[in-house]
Design a protein around this ligand. Sequence first.
Ligand SMILES: [Mg+2]
Length: 321
Amino acid sequence: MSPSAPAPPVDFAFALDVDGVLFRGGASNPIPGSPEVLAALQHHRIPHVLITNGTGILEAEKAREIQDMVRSYVADEAHTEAASPAAAAYTLPEDAVVIASTPMRSLVTHHGWAKKRVLAVAWTSEFALRSARAYGFENVVTVDEYLAKHPVLVAGNFVDAPVHTEPGHWDDVEPIEGVLLFHLTLGAFRESLATLFQLAVGRKLETIQFGKPFPEMYAYTERALALQFYRSTHGTDPADIQQDLPLPGTIYAVGDNPLSDIKGANGRGAPWTSVLVRTGNFNTDAPNDPDNPAAMVCDDLLQAFRQIAAAHGLPLGEDLC
Ligand SMILES: [Mg+2]
């Protein structure tokens, strides 16, 4: 069995949530059918980006994790019959992964923040520094460095505590001259800080929220998909990577969480089309989510892919290729 000849470029794309769509809990537990779908997306040259609110890992590491998941799935004898040979050659590039903090890259590429001083906060200063540098920030200060320089700002009993690990999930905070950038899970932290900032400084704290369902995440993902779409239709990179490139006619956002995946895609509007799957957060018998109804509801990614491919007239073999 060998893959058929690649199909011509298609006019649709996928933005796939990860946990609850591709795997449950971790890459060692792939949801049946998802490795085949990923391999088929690559085989048919269908632009696809993984879009997750997960953090704490660099995009390149997450890409490698998913790539290995697909390849080891096909290498597993139990799956050999079901898996496409295309899965063995599956490659997921770093720029096909958008985690909650990835859109911060655009602050450097589109807003000239490369040299601005940034206080980067994550669960460790080492990761905060690595992450900010990977995004192109050149003037990065960590919490450890800041505290070492201004110990008087911290109450005595905190000085002895590992302050940078205390916030736990309060990752991806980057205050810059009164501007704060942060991740969705920071809602409570943001409210507290905004109140303290208002009291101490006397003006409103400016903030930008990243992650799903916020618009920055979708704008960034559109650029990533537009670049893949250009490559699939032209066979090469655009001369000017900054230019606005055309989007595919439809972007299918497949997710398991109505509050983030579906709400975000619905809020962004055309060409986004929301697809809710029952393999994670949403696992009831209800026909749809009542508060954030999706345009399509499917049992899993495999069923969604088959329906969408059929709707676009894409012929699929038994192995989806
Ligand atoms: Mg999910």
